[in-house]
Write a protein that binds this ligand. Structure first.
Ligand code: ADP
Length: 233
């Protein structure tokens, strides 16, 4: 079985909107996959059902052998520990330093301080922010803040990293730096990376697998794909 498998997945929100309609998808360990499509096409929902931020209405979602669609609420934390998530709007805690922001998830598991320190230092090494450990988020550029988020996402050594428009608020140069970091993590750590994006330049430059969503339907899935412009844009 593939690392990630979606079978006949539907998501209908309470307001009646169908955000995913019969999505079938399998992703192998170590892949780097882009999810593209216009705003409202279901990209974000697709990422959310993978880490159980949203529950599917129908169908099966398997992640690393875990049936996410059947997971009890009380066990969702076990899944979350195996998945790192990076958001467009960073979601860093403003009153905590870079070090504390990255250490926070590990502290909440009750990990030993010495082990936490080791992991945080390794994570900042990956994103190239060793000299910013004592800074606060508002003292950093957008690109640097996003690198802190990536460090926070990888500190737990997750097999899966999900990124929802991680470069959405960044200029092209910072976006490239973020993509270099993610590509390096994918190559060197072997993490599977799934990234929802609007960024045509990035998708076309990286030549990875591209999944194209339209109105909740997975309409195209190509190895070494390119960005697809929406007809209505
Ligand atoms: P994208 O990430 O491609 O912009 P989304 O997955 O965010 O798309 O949204 C897909 C559809 O589901 C849209 O029509 C959106 O308005 C709707 N939607 C998303 N989240 C919710 C929610 N929590 N409640 C109701 N409708 C939602």
């Amino acid at each position: 079985m593939a690392f990630i498998e979606l079978k006949h997945v539907y998501k209908v929100y309470k307001n009646g909107v169908t955000a995913l309609a019969d999505v079938n998808l399998s992703i192998n360990r170590g892949e780097f996959v882009f999810i593209i499509g216009s705003s409202g096409s279901g990209k974000s929902t697709l990422t959310k059902v993978l880490y159980r931020e949203e529950k599917v209405t129908k169908g099966t979602v398997m992640v690393g052998g875990v049936n996410v669609s059947k997971l009890r609420n009380g066990n969702v934390y076990k899944l979350r520990r195996k998945v790192g998530v990076v958001f467009q709007d960073f979601r860093l805690l403003p009153k905590l330093t870079v070090y504390e922001n990255i250490a926070y998830p590990l502290e909440s598991y009750g990990m030993e301080a010495k082990e936490i320190r080791k992991r945080v230092l390794a994570a900042v090494e990956w994103v190239g922010l060793k000299d910013k450990l004592r800074s606060y988020p508002d003292e950093l550029s957008g690109g640097q803040q996003q690198r802190v988020c990536i460090a926070r996402a990888i500190v737990n050594k997750p097999k899966l990293i999900i990124c929802d428009e991680p470069t959405g608020d960044l200029d092209p140069k910072m976006s490239r730096e973020i993509m270099d970091v993610l590509e390096n993590i994918n190559k060197e750590l072997g993490s599977t990376i799934i990234m929802a994006t609007h960024d045509k330049e990035i998708v076309n430059r990286m030549k990875r697998r591209v999944i194209y969503m339209r109105d909740g339907v997975l309409v195209s899935d190509k190895e070494k794909g390119e960005y697809i412009e929406d007809e209505d844009n």
